[in-house]
Design a binder for this molecule. Structure first.
Ligand code: GCU
Length: 428
């Protein structure tokens, strides 16, 4: 593809990158393969908030309640006190997807939040569910959120398109540019391989309920958090999108074709952050693939390379609570760091995808976070991080770290690694 790129296309690419308002920052730096940064702190099992160090799974359980609360108070904002979801419409889009190997259904969900006894706030969005046919038992499911509407993730003419198309419908040169910069699978995962390996795929476009734009996003977040009065801890979209994953699972538990105990979240970048958040707060999820989740995802806030708390909260004021923004330049003051978020998912399998030149997402800080979460995996089972450097990918480890060459995006090298991890942990 690179050779067919004309100068005009490359110029357009540069203009697009600038115009995308920080959607990605390319950097010529390389992540070190054996990081020598200070370890994650405070230690995951060490004293916390006046409480003594954790020594056993029961004490970890008590600790995890405090950590979830701390992440809401200091980073992501507060989740609704009560919430739920129901199916308001369901239709078969086609029963002959992939030459009849799969069927495609569109499920419309109404979700609701309640932050106090007086208010109930609702929103709706569509879930697209592709399931293999001719299988006689429930299958594991990959549940994903992306930048693009559902009809881009699983292309089919019968899929409902959001008003305005969602900005991913560029054809010709625009589509080429997006694929060239961000990789072949940035918008559309390899559905045929997913289905042929015995997995179902479901996708939602979270901008349908909280738009990924500062102004419109903040309006939706305020509307959905009516009844929550502390402006500093109003939830951000990472928490709301993560919460959206859980509402999907509320309805998928009664889905006969899907094994609700093997629902694995997948998200790239901002949706990798949301996927980690969701799994940390909802133990029903079986595992996570968080690809290049970076700041506010798997990368530590302390001793950071790449995007800082100040960078992310200025560029994306709707992603986190205002309280997180207040830690810009004084990250040492945060009572938690992102290794705690990974530890909250233990002992469930997590794959952290990275690229060597995606220093903006900080692969080293992500690796040190995995090292920091490892003692909790160790306490709860015998798994955790098995590798001692960034390169020696071990897909059957419960805390697995993958690094490929290149930059930010989802490329042809990423999905084979995802499949190795998925098959090691979730296939029968
Ligand atoms: C920006 C942002 C990152 C984010 C990324 C993405 O680069 O700074 O934090 O992960 O967009 O979602 O692609």
């Amino acid at each position: 593809m690179a050779s067919s790129f004309s100068l005009t296309r490359l110029s357009l690419l540069v203009v697009m990158l600038c115009a995308m308002g920080g959607c990605v920052r390319l950097t010529m730096a390389w992540a070190d393969l054996t990081p020598d940064r200070p370890g994650a702190s405070p230690a995951a099992l060490g004293p916390f908030d006046g409480k003594a160090a954790v020594n056993n799974p029961e004490e970890w359980h008590e600790r995890s309640v405090l950590l979830r609360d701390a992440f809401q108070q200091h980073v992501y904002g507060v989740l609704p006190e009560r919430s739920g979801a129901r199916v308001i419409n369901r239709r078969l889009v086609t029963d002959s997807l992939l030459d009849g190997r799969a069927q495609l259904e569109e499920i419309t969900l109404e979700v609701w939040t309640s932050f106090d006894s007086d208010s109930e706030n609702t929103a709706t969005f569509n879930l697209l569910l592709a399931t293999p046919v001719d299988v006689d038992r429930p299958v594991p499911l990959i549940l994903m959120e992306t930048f693009c509407p559902n009809h881009n993730t699983i292309p089919h003419q019968g899929v409902t398109r959001p008003q305005g198309g969602g900005g991913c419908d560029g054809e010709g040169v625009m589509a080429d540019v997006m694929t060239y910069v961000f990789g072949r699978y940035i918008a559309t995962p390899p559905l045929a391989e997913i289905v042929d390996r015995g997995f179902a795929l479901a996708t939602l476009y979270p901008s349908e309920f909280v738009p990924d734009q500062a102004d419109a996003g903040l309006v939706a977040l305020s509307r959905l958090s009516q009844g929550h009065t502390d402006d500093m801890t109003r939830w951000g979209s990472i928490a709301a999108w993560g919460w959206g994953f859980s509402r999907v699972l509320d309805v998928l538990v009664s889905e006969p074709s899907v094994d609700a105990e093997r629902v694995v979240l997948y998200g790239h970048s901002r949706y990798g952050k949301a996927a980690l958040f969701a799994a940390a707060y909802d133990e029903r999820f079986a595992g996570v693939i968080a690809h290049q989740s970076g700041t506010g995802g798997a990368a530590l806030n302390r001793h950071k390379q790449g995007e800082s708390v100040g960078d992310i909260t200025r560029a994306y004021p709707h992603w986190f609570s205002r309280q997180y923004a207040a830690y810009a330049g004084r990250e040492e003051g945060l009572p938690v760091d992102q290794h705690h978020l990974l530890a909250l998912i233990a002992p469930r399998p997590v794959l952290l995808g990275n690229a060597r030149r995606d220093v903006w997402s900080d692969p080293e800080g992500t690796f040190v976070a995995a090292q920091g979460a490892h003692p909790v995996y160790d306490l709860l089972g015998d798994g955790g991080l098995q590798q001692t450097d960034l390169k020696s990918f071990i897909p059957d480890a419960t805390l697995s770290f993958h690094l490929r060459p290149g930059t930010h995006g989802v490329t042809e090298e990423d999905w084979p690694a995802f499949f190795e991890f998925l098959e090691a942990h979730f296939s029968e």
